[in-house]
Design a protein around this ligand. Structure first.
Ligand code: MN
Length: 206
C-alpha cells in the first residue's frame, strides 16, 4: 500500500550545479526523500482512516494521532512534506525568475528590504544547531516570518504555512561543501525559484 509517493524533480539531477552537485541531488532525492516516503507509508499501513488525510492535516494534528505512530509520522511525514516543498522552490537560475509584486511588498514590510530578509534567513539557517530547516513562512496573522525548526518538523505544526525552506541537514550539502554550511547557504540564494515562492505566498494568503 503506497499512499504517499516520491514527487518527480522538475529539473535534471545536475541542473543546479555548481551550487548543488549531481551526486548530492541523486542521493538526496532518490535515497533520503524516498526513505521518508517509504517509512511514512509503513507507519500508516494499519491506519486506513488516516491514509486519505493530507500530510498537512496529519502534521497539524500530530497530537491526535495514535501514540505509536506520532514519532514516525512527525519525522517521515515531515521529511516528505519538507522535501516536496524544497524541490519546488529551487531551480536553475534562468534570469526570468522574478518574485511577484505582492511578495516583494510583503518582504519589504516584514524585513525592511530584500537584504534584510536575506540576513535574517541566513542567520536562521546558520544558527540552527544540528539538523533542521530554515523557513520563510506566512504566520497566523498572514504576515511573513523567518525561523527554523529542528529535524524534519514542518511549520504547519506551529500553525504556519511554509513558502520557502532550506534543508540544512548535512546530507543536503556535505559532499560538496563538507563543513562549510555558510557557503552552501550563501549559494542557495542563487537557485531560489521566486516564481514558485510567489505562488506559494498567494496560496497561503488565500
Ligand atoms: Mn534533506
Amino acid at each position: 500500500m503506497a499512499t504517499h509517493s516520491l514527487p518527480e524533480l522538475g529539473f535534471a539531477f545536475d541542473a543546479l550545479e555548481p551550487t548543488i552537485d549531481r551526486k548530492t541531488m541523486e542521493i538526496h532525492h532518490g535515497k533520503h526523500h524516498q526513505t521518508y516516503v517509504t517509512n511514512l507509508n509503513a507507519a500508516l499501513e494499519n491506519e486506513p482512516s488516516l491514509q486519505s488525510q493530507s500530510l498537512e492535516q496529519l502534521l497539524a494534528n500530530i497530537e491526535s494521532l495514535p501514540a505509536s505512530i506520532q514519532t514516525p509520522v512527525r519525522n517521515n511525514g515531515g521529511g516528505h512534506l519538507n522535501h516536496s516543498l524544497f524541490w519546488q522552490v529551487i531551480a536553475p537560475p534562468t534570469g526570468a525568475n522574478e518574485m511577484s509584486p505582492a511578495l516583494k511588498e510583503a518582504i519589504d514590510k516584514a524585513f525592511g528590504s530584500f537584504e534584510g530578509f536575506k540576513e535574517t534567513f541566513t542567520k536562521a539557517a546558520t544558527t540552527r544547531f544540528g539538523s533542521g530547516w530554515a523557513w520563510l513562512v506566512v504566520n497566523e496573522s498572514k504576515e511573513l516570518e523567518v525561523y527554523s525548526t529542528a529535524n524534519q518538523d514542518n511549520p504547519i505544526m506551529d500553525g504556519k504555512q511554509a513558502i520557502l525552506g532550506l534543508d540544512v541537514w548535512e546530507h543536503a550539502y556535505y559532499l560538496n561543501y563538507q563543513n562549510r554550511r555558510p557557503e552552501y547557504i550563501a549559494n542557495f540564494f542563487s537557485i531560489i525559484n521566486w516564481e514558485a515562492v510567489s505562488k506559494a505566498y498567494e496560496k497561503a494568503i488565500g
